[in-house]
Each structure stands twice: as C-alpha cells, then as structure tokens.
Design a protein around this ligand. Structure first.
Ligand SMILES: Nc1nc2c(c(=O)[nH]1)N[C@H]1C(S)=C(S)[C@@H](COP(=O)(O)O)O[C@H]1N2
Ligand SMILES: [Mo]
Length: 398
C-alpha cells in the first residue's frame, strides 16, 4: 500500500472512532499513571508530574498503603501559572474585613496563640480526581486516582476567627482568597465563597499538617480545611477573609467546579444540564494501594492486598474484595477508624492458586448505605467530577 493511502485509511478509521466515542459516552477505569518523574519539587518525593507551571503533582498508586499520607507524597494542585516562591512569616497576615465590627490583621503567631486550635484527620480529594475515566474527555487535568490524600491538620476554627472580628447583622457570605495572584487581569484569583451559617465546627484554618508546617506547595503557611468537602474549596496560602451580605460572583464558584443540579448529577455531552450547583461533599470511594497493575505475584504464596476507603464523614461500613470480576465479594479487614472523615486502611489476604492474570476489585460502602458503582455505571458530567467507580487492579500470577 502507498504511504499516502495508508494515511487516508487510518485517518478515516480514527475519525470514525472519534465520532463513535463522542456518540457513546462511557466511563472506564481511570488511567493508572505510573510514570514517576525524576524531577524533585521542594519538600516532595518523586511524583507523577502533570505540569510544572503551575505545579500539578499526582501521587502514585503505591502512596495509598497507609491511612495517613506522608507530607512529601501529598498531591499538589495550583491554578495560577505563577505562585509565590517565598513567604515571610514576619510580614504575613490574614486580613479579615467587610461585614465585621473590627477589621483584623491576624499574624501566624496570633493564629496559634489567640485562638483554641483543634486537630482534624481528614481525607482530601480534588473534585476532578480520576477524571481520566470520563469519555469523551472532559476539560481539566487528566488525573489518575492520585489527586487525594489524608492528613491530620491543626488550627483554629474559621468560626472562632470570624467571631473575634464580630460579624455584623448583614454578614451572610465569606469570601476566601489565597496569596497566589492571577497574572492577567482577565483571569480571576482562585477565590471560594462559603455561606456563614453552613460553616461547620470542624472547618479550620490549618497551620500544621501531620505535626509539621504545611509544605509550601500545599499552602504554607495556612490553608482552609473543610472536612467532607472536595479540596477545591480548601483555599491555600489563605490571606484574605472578606465577609459580605450579598453573594459575590467568582469564576471558580460560578463557572468552574460545578456539577449538574439533577438527581444523577449527570448530563449528555451534547445536552448539558441547564442548572448546575457547586461541587461540595465527596461520595464514597476506595482504592487499592498494593499491589499495582502489572505486578508479578507468586502462585500459592500469601498476598496481602492493601488500600484505603473514605467518604464525606458518615464513615466506612465495609470494604469488599472481588477476585471474579465483581460476581462475588468478600469483606476486607478494616483497620481502626482515625476519624469519620479520614482514610480507612483495609487489608485482604489471598493465596493466588492459578497462574495467569488475576484481577482484584475493591468496593466500599459507607454508613449511609451508599456503595461504589462499577466504573461503567458512572454517569458522565462535563467537568469530569466525582468519579467513584470500583477500583480494579490486574496482576500476573507466576
Ligand atoms: N490559593 C489556592 N488555593 C487552592 C487552589 C489554588 O489554585 N490556589 N486550588 C484548589 C484545588 S482545586 C485543590 S484540589 C486543592 C489542592 O490542594 P493541594 O495542592 O494541597 O493538594 O487546593 C485548592 N486550593
Ligand atoms: Mo481541584
């Protein structure tokens, strides 16, 4: 065949394929990104690098073999191409203003000394985690499943900080802004807005993560922690708390980070939902940390499967493992619960008897009875948010 003809044919074939994919919206297992970059980012171990400007770092599967994620394996997500590269604690403060009786400039020392600090152990996840599972491809980072983590955070309650400024009668919304700035006037800062009477008692301004200062890339010196919510609202390098009466429009609240406002939270690629709502609480999810896809395991030797499960704070009731493609399920052993919001570590012991491919699936159910669906049963949405399909790993028994 002539080269040119070949191109013609393959082009026709691939455009037919694309047309097909576009017609059929499907969800598959997310990509299992295993390409660890040799490039080291400050305070981070080797990670999967989606971009270095801004830094977008994903944790590999093997990071999910403990309930607490070490700080150096915590994923990183920034929106603005330029983020601060240094922070001077002597001059850093959080400005609290707007509908308050007393404008405050809170330094990190004041934050640590003038308020009661509490500790919360919470799972944290980008709303677009596992986005690569959605077809047709949705816009945003094509994360595998490593845009999640779990840590113990320490800091004062956002409520107490607001109280110390004295809210006026009109105070209804709080706008939160970090120290990273949009470089072009057309692009807005990464701002989030919360309704004051919906702020929970365990929403904190954290200055500590797993007993240490926050890593710079995870929001040093302070970030917001909202247990149960997707991390998209957890503003990093928090520097501005602006209290208002009216809701302010912000790009990252009103355009990005929204899901269809209907029962299935789903829509068709060529018929997007007219009504949308902000992305808020997380659904139930589990993930296998060990073994990895493609790993070789020994026949008739004990294999200990490990992973984590979490939801938005009802807590994990069961994690089950299937070795027959989801026909039958058996309970994994759950480790102790660090908090209802935290990763719950699980293990399952098996002795593979037959050589060849063995597929391991994990399925979590929370205390509300909500259960992870099969990957193929997840419904599409334009932002590729909230994927929580049953995880599946295939190993080779040799
Ligand atoms: N200031 C600031 N805070 C931010 C963001 C940002 O771009 N700027 N991104 C948000 C998003 S979408 C996510 S998923 C988390 C990521 O937090 P991490 O980098 O600590 O993993 O931070 C949130 N807070
Ligand atoms: Mo995110």
């Amino acid at each position: 065949m002539h080269r040119r003809e070949f191109f013609k044919i393959s082009f026709a074939a691939s455009s037919a394929l694309i047309a097909n994919l576009q017609a059929a919206q499907t969800t598959t297992q997310p990509r299992d990104n295993q390409k660890i970059s040799p490039v080291l980012f400050p305070e981070k171990t080797k990670m999967i690098v989606h971009s270095d400007r801004p830094p977008l770092l994903e944790a590999p599967r093997s990071a999910f073999t403990t309930a607490i994620t070490p700080n150096e394996k915590f994923f990183v997500r920034w929106h603005m191409p330029v983020i601060p590269t240094a922070t001077n604690l002597d001059t850093y403060y959080i400005h609290v203003h707007g509908e308050v009786k007393k404008r405050l400039y809170i330094t990190i020392d004041m934050l640590k000394n003038d308020y009661e600090s509490i500790e919360v152990t919470v799972a944290m996840q980008c709303g677009g985690n596992s986005r690569s599972a959605f077809h047709p491809t949705t816009s945003g980072i094509q994360w595998g499943s490593g845009a999640m983590a779990c840590a113990t955070f320490k800091g004062p309650r956002l409520k107490d900080v607001l109280k110390s400024a004295g809210l006026t009668e009109d105070a209804t919304w709080v706008n939160l802004n970090g120290n990273d700035k949009a470089v072009m006037t057309k692009i807005e800062n990464f701002k989030r807005e919360l309704k004051i009477d919906e702020i929970s008692d365990d929403t904190i301004i954290a200055y500590e993560m797993n007993g240490k200062e926050l890593p710079f890339l995870n929001g040093y010196p302070v970030r917001l922690i909202i247990p149960g919510f997707y991390a998209d609202s957890w503003v990093k390098m928090l520097s501005d708390i602006y209290v208002t009466k009216e809701y302010k429009k912000h790009f990252f609240m009103d355009v990005a980070y929204r899901i269809p406002d209907n029962d299935c939270e789903c829509e068709e690629p060529n018929g997007l939902a007219k009504k949308t709502k902000p992305l808020e609480t997380m659904n139930v999810k589990s993930f296998i940390g060990y073994p990895s896809n493609g790993a070789k395991v020994k026949q008739k030797a004990p294999l200990r499967i490990k992973g984590i499960a979490f939801d938005a704070g009802s807590g994990i009731k069961t994690v089950e493992i299937s070795l027959d493609g989801g026909k039958t399920w058996e309970s994994a052993t759950l480790d102790k619960e660090l908090s209802a919001y935290a990763f719950r570590f699980f293990t399952y012991n098996v002795k593979p008897m037959h050589k060849g491919v063995m597929t391991i699936m994990a399925r979590a159910t929370n205390n509300k009875g909500e259960q992870q669906p099969f990957a193929k049963d997840i419904k599409w949405n334009h932002g590729g948010y909230k994927y929580n399909g049953i995880d599946s790993v295939s190993v080779r028994v040799v």
